[in-house]
Design a protein. Structure first.
Length: 86
């Protein structure tokens, strides 16, 4: 999946903040907060991972079923799409 922005993720006070920067101007155009799972998924996406690789990563990190992990990844990707990030 190709993201429309360069993404920087920072941990602040046990929360994750993502900055969506314009790749040409480096201006921050969107700011949003993430939970730990969202940060894992977004970092994987920025690294070029596909859905199955991200699902595998979530399965290794959390006690969830493959179906739950896949649903979480798909929901997150849909949120990115709805917000114009992907």
């Amino acid at each position: 999946m190709k993201l429309k922005y360069d993404i920087a993720i920072h941990e602040v006070a046990d929360k994750f903040v993502a900055l969506a920067k314009n790749g040409e101007t480096e201006e921050v155009e969107k700011v949003f907060t993430l939970n730990e799972t969202g940060a894992i998924i977004l970092r994987a996406l920025t690294g070029g991972a596909n859905t199955q690789a991200i699902v595998s990563q979530l399965l290794a990190e959390y006690d969830v079923t493959p179906q739950e992990a896949e649903a979480e990844v798909n929901a997150f990707i849909n949120m990115l799409t709805e917000n114009g990030i992907a």
